[in-house]
Design a protein around this ligand. Structure first.
Ligand code: PMP
Length: 377
């Protein structure tokens, strides 16, 4: 049987760590109670485990347990966060946010919310001064991601949060690509969204941090779980999985970030030195450790991905793959359309080792040369 391809798409998702699966397993079969069923031991044990998970997650982020709500993931958390806006409010976000921020922002705009999209510079950074200039008397919420999943840019969210706090404006950050990978100062923020599956946890579970005193408007109404922020029976195994994944990150994050940064820089240097007509999108410093995004001149990313059979690659956000056209993130940082259509996102993670970088560079050289020959013919 052919070897499975080497996984290089860790921004789209990550495999569940077996230690996380092990922590979750009893909550499917033994401690399976509904955490709202407090009339019997099954429910009470599930409720206790859920609260222990919340405490452990809160400790990781240095916030209070009652400031953290379980959701089905970052998409839901982002939607809940933005849902606090009403007609007449002003929302500031950026042109390079994930769709789970941009789509609700556009819908709110149709419903009478004023919307400003800040533009990043050529490396994807949002200038804190541009945020300061965009604030209006009716600005209610600013939402800027902590790190970008396509080009890895790490934003100065502490600066944004300080500007907002000074002006009495709420600051939300989509920390999905950053949480558990780089340090995040959650207590400085008012709201934050994350998903477990980006950090070797399960899919379909995430969280919303809501600083004490901040009121959100639920999207889903029902049994009032999660203090009415998100009705619906809580995914207990998932919550245990998120907590286990973060516990592992607490001890492994720093060393892993260093290792992945070195591996990524090696890949960066080798691709740009050994392949003509390549350029890296995004910054060198203040970049997510495992992220690299490269434009290959005179090559279509789709063709290159197909030619690179030994690797699982993508050209950008999984949520946008399948769509035609250049990546909105690359367009926002000024990458010309042809270069954007020839760009690959490499997402390195725990399983990747230096020998795979050698294989990757070899295969890229072969595939890019061949594709350029075909396109020149
Ligand atoms: N925000 C960012 C920055 C993301 O990368 C993703 C996942 N691609 C999401 C939000 C949505 O996460 P989920 O699909 O788990 O809801």
């Amino acid at each position: 049987m052919a070897e499975p391809p080497i996984y290089l798409d860790h921004h789209a998702t990550t495999p569940c760590d077996p230690r996380v699966v092990e922590a979750m397993t009893p909550f499917f079969t033994q401690t399976f109670g509904n955490p709202a069923s407090l009339t019997h031991d099954y429910g009470r044990r599930a409720a206790n485990a859920l609260e222990d998970a919340r405490i452990s997650i809160a400790r990781f982020f240095r916030v209070q347990p009652n400031e953290f709500y379980f959701t089905a993931g970052a998409t839901e958390s982002n939607n809940i966060a933005l849902n606090l806006l009403v007609a007449g409010d002003h929302l500031i976000t950026t042109a390079m946010e994930h769709k789970s921020v941009l789509m609700p922002a556009r819908r709110l705009q149709k419903r009478g919310v004023e919307l400003t999209l800040l533009s990043p510079d050529g490396e994807g950074f949002i200038d804190p001064n541009s945020l300061r200039d965009a604030l209006r008397p009716n600005t209610r919420l600013v939402s800027i991601e902590a790190a970008n999943g396509e080009i890895g840019t790490i934003q100065p969210i502490d600066d944004f949060a300080a500007i907002c706090r000074e002006r009495g404006v709420l600051f939300h950050s989509d920390i999905t690509q950053a949480a558990g990978k780089i340090p995040i100062n959650l207590p400085a923020l008012d709201l934050a969204s994350l998903s477990a599956h980006k950090i070797y946890g399960p899919k379909g579970i995430g969280g919303l941090y809501v600083r004490r005193g901040v009121r959100v408007e639920p999207l889903i109404l029902g049994g009032g779980q999660e203090k009415n922020v998100r009705s619906g029976t809580v995914n207990v195994p998932g919550a245990i999985g998120l907590s286990a994944a973060l516990r592992l990150r607490a001890s492994e994050m720093a060393a892993e970030a260093e290792r992945l940064t070195a591996l990524r820089n090696e890949l960066w240097d080798r691709i740009t030195a050994e392949l003509a007509g390549t350029s890296v999108n995004g910054p060198r410093a203040l970049r997510l450790p495992g992220n690299l995004n490269v434009s290959f001149d005179r090559v279509e990313a789709d063709s290159l991905i197909v030619a690179m059979r030994r690797f699982a690659l993508s050209s950008g956000s999984a949520c946008s793959s399948g769509e035609r056209g250049p990546s909105p993130v690359l367009t926002a940082i000024g990458v010309p359309e042809a270069a954007a259509l020839g760009s690959i996102r490499f997402g390195l993670g725990k399983s990747n080792i230096p020998e795979q970088v050698d294989m990757l560079v070899d295969d890229l050289k072969r595939a890019v040369t061949k594709l350029r020959e075909i396109s020149a013919a």
